[in-house]
Design a protein around this ligand. Sequence first.
Ligand SMILES: [Zn+2]
Length: 475
Amino acid sequence: MRKQNYPISIGLLLIFFTPASAADKPPAFSRTDLAAVSTLRERALVDTTAYQLIESLTTEVGTRPAGSAGDKAAVAWAQREMQRLGFVNVHTVEAIVPHWERGEAEFSVLTPYPQTMPTLALGGSVGTSNEGIEADAVMVKDLGALAALPSGAVKDKIVFFGNRMERTRDGSGYGKAVPVRAGGPSAASAAGAVGVVIRSISTSNLRFPHTGTTRYTATATRIPALAISNPDADALVRQFQSGQPVRLRIRSSSRDLPQARSANVVGEIPGTDLANEIVILGAHLDSWDPGVGALDDGAGVAIMMGVARLINELDVKPRRTIRVVLFANEEFGTSGSLAYLAANQTNVSRHVLGFEADFGAGPVWRLSSRVNPAQLPAVDQIFRALAPLKLVRGDNAARGGADLEGLSKLGMPILEPSLDGTDYFDVHHTADDTLAKVDPKALRQSLAAFATTVWLGAQYSGTWERVTEPKPPRR
Ligand SMILES: [Zn+2]
């Protein structure tokens, strides 16, 4: 099958023989650095460390929501594993985190056809009294539909948000659907409702409800909010379609506990001639409580630690310092990210390039960026070095993830090997986010894509200039 070999051969030709520009600028990457790409890729494609890290984190620590015993255990686990893998300057950055306890939740349809369905409280939801809340229900599609109802339409009622999330590769379906989870409870409360039930922000037809943060406003009364799975939401829609009044009962023992101490865990592969410049690799250590966070974000933790380890084992040393930061509490308010930024106020400009992995275990299908346009030719060359992995070239409007949002807003360039999110929202924030959902082959391919990109980012012969354009809106 010689013909199939052409793309690789052409890719290699381009890598090794791209001429310096007319102005005799030094090449963006040295021959040695480009040669190391093949070594990194070949090692990544047979790597077992990344999978073993997810296995160890999910087995030995398990669920690790902010403030829990698992959260503390995860911080200890990460320090131990970074030391074992040979990282240096391993340390923690304290973060004060909220501590919310889920408790138990119940959801029942009382009329017209009595049913009890599995449910999860949304993260941060207040609980109900022990007896729960019983009320007639109103079904709306989304926040726009709620706002369009006549005044008083949901007074003393439970609002059911029924819109279904769309499955997409790039996560854009999540962006469109998630405002109901974040803002639905306060919007319904402001209109007089006493409780909220949402169709899970989910692409699965399994009977697993999905949790995730809700954000109460300062002004509306806090009302309890639960999620039910897609198939149960479909069944509830059919009950509404019967034309008879739908009466629901919800009960939850969720509660807030005093804030707790957690920490970001940091470890480095030191740079050489440009050691003062930091290439930051971010993922988050916490998870939601129902599952063990194998995909969210055990996979991101493993990819970033795996990349740093692979680079550390090369004969050539990185020019810039590679700093892995495993952030505390991304899920419930990005406390770790905010603490990191506060602790690094005078070091912001040293963070010259950022990577984040918080979208499952791959494969990587695209290379996007958000860099100063002067560095786009270098990104093009990195893309060519990724040719054997057959990625798509994305645009220069990458958003990055939540944990690097602060640094990115301050002008730090971002390179984004995009993880394929097609199936990610089947298990995201459910009890089913387990090691069984990690495809070892896709994980190794992701490791290869990240390792190549991070390595070349750390070796770039030019300057990663700051990004000055305003950040594009979330897609
Ligand atoms: Zn996450």
